[in-house]
Design a protein around this ligand. Structure first.
Ligand SMILES: Nc1nc2c(ncn2[C@@H]2O[C@H](COP(=O)(O)OP(=O)(O)OP(=O)(O)O)[C@@H](O)[C@H]2O)c(=O)[nH]1
Ligand SMILES: [Mg+2]
Length: 319
């Protein structure tokens, strides 16, 4: 497929073209960079205003099963759902990528859904280097809800919070145990909370977990929203709780749109992305300049490495 065919295909919602486009955008091969920019630029102009939702939580908490359920529910009420699953465990257990695919059985076979397991080069939780680009491609293909699965929130630039509007943290309802292990940081960055596998504990245990989660959220000042709108109790196995979770999501988006934080966050995220691109351009420019043979003639062995580096740097700047 040519770049033009891929772009046209994506705009028409062709899944094969979207998969091809994503592969190029995710590629680190130098020969794919220009193609990647062309595809991204075309998709940027054509993107939908989707809801971007991150799903995070410890390994095995049931993220994939939950996404399969929630995504299926959304397609049932007329939405088009794309899932980008960045799964670090895939580098440990080969085949976990397949595992993810099968745990999203209903979505993978749904004409209104698109499931994309990530390549396994994600080492620190959080997102892939190109997740932002991938989101834009999916939006251009007509998906109005983009769900990102990730273990942990990742560090700085690879943090899932840099690419989503709403971050949902899944927790097990064994009150105390799970909550104590949760770092304050993630409670602060998550927007909505799910006590997942609610079928696995008694009602009493579940309500204890609810109370201790509310207390923990109180401590990190999540007071602006009522707790019942913040915490959902879901069993993906028994398929309970999804509807009220959907209401919480809708309320959350209404709130951030009304108070402008939706726009502000998106602007910040775009700025971060631009900064990252400029950094890459500077590094590429530097590499080209430093490999220039004449550069090394400027060095003066009588000076310290710091001083010599300064000379080279100024020389690059003055070019
Ligand atoms: N009892 C119960 N088990 C569940 C529920 N949802 C998922 N599970 C089980 O929990 C296990 C892990 O589910 P996954 O959906 O793969 O969890 P995950 O968080 O995506 O796992 P990783 O991607 O490996 O981090 C599977 O055996 C599921 O069948 C639920 O609501 N109740
Ligand atoms: Mg998973």
């Amino acid at each position: 497929m040519t770049v033009k065919e891929i772009i046209n295909g994506i705009k028409k919602g062709n899944r094969f073209a979207l998969a091809k486009g994503l592969t190029i955008v995710e590629s680190n091969h130098p020969s794919d960079r220009q193609k990647s920019f062309d595809i991204f630029n075309a998709c940027w102009q054509n993107r939908l205003n989707s809801k971007r939702i991150g799903i995070t939580g410890s390994p095995g908490v049931g993220k994939s099963t939950f996404i399969d359920n929630f995504g299926y529910y959304l397609t049932g009420i007329g939405h088009k759902v794309a899932v980008l699953a960045t799964d670090p465990s895939s580098s440990i257990h080969s085949g976990s990528i397949l595992g993810d695919k099968t745990r999203m059985n209903r979505l993978s076979n749904n004409p209104n859904a698109f499931v994309r397991p990530s390549p396994n080069n994600n080492k620190m939780g959080g997102i892939q280097e190109r997740t932002f680009e991938s989101i834009i491609l999916c939006e251009s293909a007509g998906y109005d809800t983009i769900i990102i699965e990730t273990v942990g929130v990742g560090q700085s630039e690879f943090s899932v919070s840099n690419v989503v509007d709403c971050l949902v943290l899944l927790l097990l309802p064994n009150a105390g145990d799970e909550l104590q292990g949760i770092k304050k940081g993630i409670m602060e960055v998550a927007d909505l909370f799910v006590l997942h596998k609610s079928d696995s504990v008694t009602k009493i245990k579940l309500s204890e977990a609810y109370k201790s989660l509310s207390t923990a959220l109180h401590l990190v000042n999540k007071n602006a929203v009522k707790f019942e709108n913040l915490i959902s109790q879901i069993s993906s196995l028994k398929e309970t709780g999804i509807e009220s979770f959907h209401i919480n999501i809708e309320n959350y988006f209404r709130m951030i749109k009304n108070n402008n934080s939706y726009e502000l966050k998106r602007d910040e995220q775009t700025q971060l992305y631009i900064k990252k691109l400029v950094e890459q351009m500077i590094v590429q420019y530097y590499k080209k300049s430093i490999n220039n043979d004449n550069t090394w003639d400027l060095l003066d062995a009588g000076k310290s490495p710091n001083q010599q580096a300064q000379i080279l740097f100024e020389n690059i700047l003055n070019k």
